[in-house]
Design a protein around this ligand. Structure first.
Ligand SMILES: [Zn+2]
Length: 457
């Protein structure tokens, strides 16, 4: 067959656009005059030219490939329907068009996925590495397409679960579950549409889901309107607090309690607004017992408490301890219990010096009649001496610890606690004599004098 093709149309075009071909003017002319070159065409050529075409042409095509590079980082474009353009080499209209550029003469070509492989290694590389670029462009095209059906579809889907988080109160899962499941389905359909899976049925289903989700949103806002005035409904701020402090398990408990804060969850919630709410609520219950929560300490998650009969001593109780003990006042009023001030004092701390001083001087007075007495104390040095003068026995103690154990003796005649104090004194292995007590005191003031002298120097 003498019409066998020796140079195909796309090879001919590639050579025409490549610089290397110009070194062979006779070949350039031949290529310009013929779209394809068959055996018949070269029979008219001279011997050298025929030999060239039969033996050197393949090498020339390979060398020509080296002149070309991708036109830019985005070297491939996905064109839709009418926008398709013809391949510079073979003339076929293409959906995927690769842009390639001649490094020497700056000639730009647009070629199809098959013809790009004509350009040797670089062509193969472009073909292989076009997948992600093509995917990205296809996604954008599909996004445009679905937006024509459902305007703003992407933001509708990204807002889906945020609608739950944006409610002023916690939405239990039995209220939010079906709505959120629809959201997952919508996301899946949307992703599939972007990936180019069957558009028609998916866009119909997605439109339907978005429509019925409006009914669910209405149910949720109705629920919020009904619940949000309940004092102990968990708020959005409480949810945020529990997530921030890694107490998701408390959120699970609240979920089981249908969004309501109960006695079992309240001690674990240190959120600001909630603590201020508790302050007001507890005061309604304890004011007539003589106690008052005067402030909330947010850093320590607790309450500042006073009793107006106790010379304005400042007490502090951690909210978790206070609410574990007294939460029933608010959360379980059926409990058959009376407010016990001793329990309250027991869980309170005292830390400021004037309050410590007042408490010690009160205890000192209250136990004066018994033969073990507070001999001496120094709040600033955190030290306190108990003594039994008759037995010539003295005992040095940590003042803050002493107050934490025996503060109740400042306010109440507690015989049992008083006995405990006497017992502790008797059992103490490190008692000293009166002489040693004075020596101890003298040593302490000497050390103090030296310290201030050194500071003056
Ligand atoms: Zn082509």
């Amino acid at each position: 067959m003498n019409n066998k093709l020796l140079i195909k149309k796309k090879e001919r075009n590639k050579l025409l656009y490549s610089e290397i071909t110009k070194q062979y003017p006779w070949l350039l002319t031949l290529l310009k005059e013929n779209e394809k070159i068959s055996l018949e065409d070269i029979e008219k050529l001279d011997r050298d030219q025929r030999v060239f075409i039969e033996n050197v042409l393949q090498k020339l095509l390979l060398e020509a490939s080296k002149e070309w590079k991708p036109d830019s980082d985005v070297f491939v474009k996905v064109l839709e329907g009418k926008e398709r353009i013809r391949c510079s080499l073979c003339g076929t209209p293409n959906r995927y068009i690769y842009y390639i550029k001649n490094k020497i003469n700056q000639q730009k070509l647009n070629v199809g996925g098959d013809c790009v492989k004509e350009f040797g290694e670089i062509g193969e590389w472009m073909h292989k590495n076009s997948t992600n670029i093509i995917k990205g462009q296809v996604k954008v095209q599909n996004l445009a397409k679905i937006n024509k059906h459902i305007p703003g579809v992407e933001s509708i889907i990204s807002r889906w679960s945020k609608i739950i988080d944006a409610q002023p109160i916690y939405i239990p899962t039995d209220i939010s579950k079906e709505y959120l499941e629809l959201g997952l389905k919508a996301t899946q359909l949307f992703e599939e549409i972007l990936d180019g899976k069957g558009f028609k049925e998916r866009s119909i289903e997605l439109t339907h889901i978005i429509k019925i989700s409006e009914d669910y949103i209405k149910d949720i806002t109705d629920y919020v309107a009904k619940k949000k005035s309940n004092k102990f409904t968990a708020t959005r701020e409480i949810c945020k607090f529990l997530k921030r402090t890694k107490k998701e398990y408390v959120l699970d408990m609240i979920n089981k309690d249908k969004g309501e804060i109960k006695w079992r969850t309240a001690p674990r919630i240190g959120e600001k607004e909630f603590l201020f709410l508790l302050k007001e609520e507890y005061n309604n219950k304890i004011l007539n017992e003589g106690y008052e929560i005067t402030g909330v300490n947010l850093d320590k998650e607790g309450f500042n408490i006073i009793n107006r009969d106790f010379d304005m001593i400042n007490f502090f109780a951690k909210h978790s301890n206070f609410t574990l003990e007294f939460g029933w006042l608010l959360f379980d009023q059926n409990i058959d219990e009376d407010f016990d001030p001793l329990k309250l004092l027991n869980l309170c701390e005292v830390s400021d010096e004037p309050s410590l001083d007042t408490i010690i001087s009160k205890i000192k007075k209250n136990i004066y009649r018994k033969h073990i007495r507070i001999i001496d104390y120094d709040v600033a040095k955190n030290s306190l001496y108990l003594g039994d003068a008759a037995l010539n026995e003295y005992l040095k103690l940590n003042l803050v610890e002493f107050v934490s154990r025996y503060k109740i003796l400042a306010f109440y005649e507690e015989e049992k606690l008083h006995k405990k104090l006497i017992e502790e004194f008797k059992q103490a292995p490190n008692k000293i004599t009166k002489k040693e007590y004075y020596r101890d005191k003298e040593a302490a003031s000497a050390a103090e004098r030296e310290f201030s002298n050194n500071r003056l120097l």
